[in-house]
Ligand binder design. Structure first.
Ligand code: DHB
Ligand code: MG
Length: 210
């Protein structure tokens, strides 16, 4: 059987019990199967660790898969703040985080992320690492907030920047597509950022705030 490059690479790794349990739980709750790819999940852990991040902000928790990946990179005493629109998703995510041993390393903020971000800004909160993975229409606004809430040298990561082919399809022009194109162009051209965009899986943008 032919395998893709991504399937080959994922096949190098054995099953990860915490992540497998989380994926199963997400499916059992009837939540969408849209957690970050396994390969980019591993990259999140590495980037958080490399950045030495103490305070991580996630925008879009879903069922806690990426939360586990982010928390794995945090040192002792680090905190993941996770913004989630839906209280029932945050509940599922917290359950999975607790089962993986990270119940003390996460706080969930429920509600519209734009309001939560405005509140965090008002409180003077600052973060060393951002993972943007919520509604795609909001990506440009989330990027603006991330830059504003960033400590110097902070890392900003955005998932799904290829929108399963829609980003590069000239016949597509809905709000999510236009927003993600604008996000990608800003990632690439904003002089406050050093960046790259990885085209594997569904695309991942990675930037450092200078
Ligand atoms: C999809 C995947 C995601 O990871 C996400 O955050 C949103 C949508 C998707 O494949 O549709
Ligand atoms: Mg995603």
């Amino acid at each position: 059987m032919e395998v893709t490059d991504e399937q080959y690479v994922d096949g190098l790794y054995g099953e990860d019990a915490d992540l497998a349990r989380t994926k199963k739980g997400i499916a059992e709750k009837g939540m969408p199967d849209i957690s970050i790819s396994d390969g980019y999940g591993r990259l999140l852990t590495m980037l958080v660790q490399l950045a030495g991040a103490k305070n991580v902000l996630e925008i879009g928790a879903l069922g806690g898969y990426s939360g586990i990946c982010l928390a794995r990179g945090l040192g002792e005493g680090g905190l993941l703040t996770s913004l989630e629109l839906r209280a029932e998703y945050a509940e599922v995510a917290l359950t999975h985080m607790k089962e993986a041993g990270f119940g003390e390393a996460v706080e969930y903020v429920i509600g519209d992320a734009k309001e939560s971000l405005a509140q965090l800004k008002g409180e003077g909160r600052r973060f060393d690492f951002f993972f943007i993975d919520a509604d795609k229409d909001g990506y440009p606004v989330y990027l603006d907030y991330a830059i504003q809430l960033a400590n110097p040298g902070a890392v900003i990561v955005g998932d799904n920047v290829l929108l399963r082919g829609r980003t590069i399809n000239p016949e597509k022009g809905g709000p999510a597509v236009l927003s993600v194109r604008a996000f990608n162009e800003r990632i690439a051209s904003d002089e406050r950022l050093t960046s790259t965009v990885l085209p594997g899986y569904d695309g991942l943008a990675i930037a450092i705030v200078k």
